[in-house]
Design a protein around this ligand. Structure first.
Ligand SMILES: NC(=O)c1ccc[n+]([C@@H]2O[C@H](COP(=O)([O-])OP(=O)(O)OC[C@H]3O[C@@H](n4cnc5c(N)ncnc54)[C@H](O)[C@@H]3O)[C@@H](O)[C@H]2O)c1
Length: 311
C-alpha cells in the first residue's frame, strides 16, 4: 500500500518538502495552497523531475482538501515567513488563524494522520494544531529541534573540519533566542566538545546557532530558510513512515516532564509509526533547567495570547 503525505503550503518550505519526499520515494505527495495554480504548477514540475531523478511517486497540486483524504502524514508549512527585522513571534496572530483553519480541514479528511507543524512561531503553532485537531498528543509534532541541532552540527563540523555525520548535538526547547544548545551533552564520536573547542569559540558557535535563522533571513531579505527546514521535517516523516524509531529533538506537549505541564516544548523524542512514542527526560543541571523553563515560559505567553483570542 502506497503511503501518502500532504504538504500544506506550496511555498519555499512546502515545495522543498515535496522534493525531499519524492527523492527519497517515501510517499505520494499532495501539495495544497490557497493560491490557485501554485501547487498545481509546482506539483507538475516535481512530477516531471521523476524520470530524470528516478523516483516513482505521484505528486499532485491542489487547492481542495478532498484530494488530501486519508493522508498518513500532513506537514503544515503554510503561513507568513519572517522578513528582516521581524521576530518569529511577530507572525503569531496571522499564522494562528491560518494554522487553525488548515488543521480543521486536515482533520476532516485525514482523521488518523500524524501532523508535523513547521509554521512559525513554531512552538505556539504546534500547540494551535494540537488544540484545533483534538488529536492525541502523540500525533501532533512541531519541527524545530532537528533544524536547530543540524545548524549546531554544521557549525561544529566546519570549525573542526570533520564530517557532519560524526557530530552529535543536543539542542533543547524553544525555536528562537531562548533555544538551549547543550554543549555538555554534544560530542564528536563520543569526544566531548569541550575537549575539542576552546570555550570562547564554543560560546560563539552557540550564539550563531541561536541566531541561525536570523542570519539567513538577513542574507535572503525576502524570506527565511527553507532547504534545511524542509529536510528536517522530512527526516521526521521518514522515521514515522518507516517506523525507524529515531530519537530526534521534537516540539511536543509536555505533561509533567521536566516539571512543565501543558506547553509544547522541544525535547528528545522517539518517532515511530505511532508518532511520538517516547519523550526522553535528560538529567539537566540547575542552569539548564532554568533555561528550559524560561523558554517554556516564553512559549506559554504566546499560547496565552491565542487562547484569549480563542475564548
Ligand atoms: N519550524 C522551523 O524551523 C521553520 C524554519 C523556517 C521557516 N519556518 C516557517 O515556515 C513557514 C513557511 O515558510 P516558507 O519559507 O515556506 O514561506 P513561503 O511564503 O514561501 O510559503 C508559505 C506558503 O503558504 C501559503 N499559504 C498561506 N496561507 C495559506 C492557507 N490558509 N492555506 C494554504 N496555504 C497557505 C502561501 O500561499 C505560500 O505559498 C513560515 O511561517 C516560516 O516562518 C519555520
Amino acid at each position: 500500500m502506497r503511503k501518502k503525505i500532504t504538504v500544506v503550503g506550496a511555498g519555499n518550505i512546502g515545495a522543498n518538502c515535496a522534493m525531499w519526499i519524492a527523492s527519497k520515494e517515501l510517499a505520494d505527495v499532495v501539495l495544497v495552497d490557497v493560491v490557485e495554480g501554485i501547487p498545481q504548477g509546482k506539483g507538475l514540475d516535481l512530477l516531471q523531475s521523476g524520470p530524470v531523478n528516478g523516483y516513482d511517486v505521484r505528486i499532485t497540486g491542489t487547492n481542495d482538501y478532498a484530494a488530501t483524504a486519508d493522508s498518513d502524514i500532513v506537514i503544515i508549512t503554510a503561513g507568513l515567513a519572517r522578513k528582516p527585522g521581524m521576530s518569529r513571534d511577530d507572525l503569531l496572530l496571522t499564522n494562528y488563524s491560518i494554522v487553525k483553519g488548515i488543521t480543521t480541514e486536515v482533520v476532516k479528511h485525514s482523521p488518523d494522520c500524524i501532523i508535523i507543524v513547521i509554521t512559525n512561531p513554531l512552538d505556539a503553532m504546534a500547540q494551535t494544531a494540537y488544540m484545533a485537531s483534538g488529536f492525541p498528543k502523540q500525533r501532533v509534532i512541531g519541527m524545530a529541534g532537528v533544524l536547530d541541532s543540524a545548524r549546531f552540527r554544521a557549525f561544529i563540523a566546519e570549525e573542526l573540519q570533520v564530517s557532519v555525520e560524526n557530530v552529535t548535538a543536543v539542542v533543547l526547547v524553544g525555536h528562537g533566542d531562548t533555544m538551549v544548545p547543550l554543549v555538555r551533552l554534544s560530542n564528536v564520536t563520543g569526544i566531548p566538545l569541550t575537549d575539542l573547542i576552546a570555550p570562547e569559540k564554543l560560546a560563539a558557535i552557540v550564539k550563531r546557532t541561536q541566531n541561525g535563522g536570523a542570519e539567513i533571513v538577513k542574507c535572503l531579505k525576502t524570506g527565511s530558510a527553507y532547504y534545511a527546514p524542509s529536510a528536517a521535517a522530512v527526516e521526521m516523516a521518514e522515521s514515522i513512515l518507516k517506523d525507524k524509531k529515531k530519537v530526534l529533538p521534537c516540539c511536543v506537549l509536555l505533561e509533567g516532564e521536566y516539571g512543565i505541564n501543558g506547553t509544547f516544548v522541544g525535547v528528545p523524542c522517539k518517532l515511530g509509526a505511532k508518532g511520538v512514542e517516547k519523550i526522553y527526560e535528560l538529567k539537566l543541571t540547575a542552569e539548564e533547567t532554568a533555561a528550559l523553563h524560561k523558554s517554556a515560559g516564553a512559549v506559554k505567553e504566546l499560547v496565552d495570547v491565542i487562547k484569549k483570542k480563542n475564548a
